[in-house]
Ligand binder design. Sequence first.
Ligand code: ADP
Length: 255
Amino acid sequence: AADAAPLLEVRNLSMFFKGVKAVADVSIAVPAGQIRGIVGPNGSGKTTLFNVISGLYRPTAGRVLLDGRDVTAARPHALAHAGIARTFQNLRLFAALTVRDNVLVALDPTRARGTWRYLLLPVGVWRRDRALRREADALLERFGLRAFADDQPTALPYGTQRRVEIARAMAARPRLLLLDEPAAGLNGDEVRQLCDIIRSIRDVGVTVVVIEHNMGMVMSLCDHVTVFAHGAIIADGPPQDVAVSPEVIEAYLGE
Ligand code: ADP
């Protein structure tokens, strides 16, 4: 519903880099359960927005609220604990680990073991732990990755690697998932599969914010789209309304 309390709120956010206004006075409210698209030409501030939300940058001004709680510039691990997970434009998988272990190391072992001391044990011990392994395998199953559990990610097609990255992000059981251009480099079938996965994530109650250049995907997937140009929001609304906005057409023609 439009009046639902926002899960994510960004208030009057600005991020300047040595005089470059990457993001200037941007406010966004994303209700729980929404799939929000963030679109805009290259250099319009989209990734900077994600970097501020996920705690990589301290903003020049403004605040980030998660479920009403101020999480501005909190440390990335604290944000992960608060329920924010993200993927990156360039894959960041551990090449030397199997697909299962890439997911396994992102699990919170204290959930399975009930003890923080577990965090001090080497990955080899985690790997032999039945409860953790079961949880990792359940995630692999859910994202169609079971057959690749023992493969190294770099040996797999790009679309499959993207799914591993999403499975790993979901291992932290986030409430908010930030996806940075998840469809980049994927073929049509892989994009459709990705959309099904994103919808299934939303359907279990996770709010999704996705930066994406593939407009066909944005139009069919997103409940609501926010359009950036030159660090500011130039349009915001349901995808079918945004697509016909003169400001948006102008911004894209000028790219
Ligand atoms: P988008 O994700 O929409 O392509 P970005 O957020 O990456 O846009 O970039 C917005 C603007 O901020 C660009 O002009 C970019 O060069 C600048 N910018 C982004 N990150 C940095 C940084 N770490 N240092 C300096 N300038 C940056």
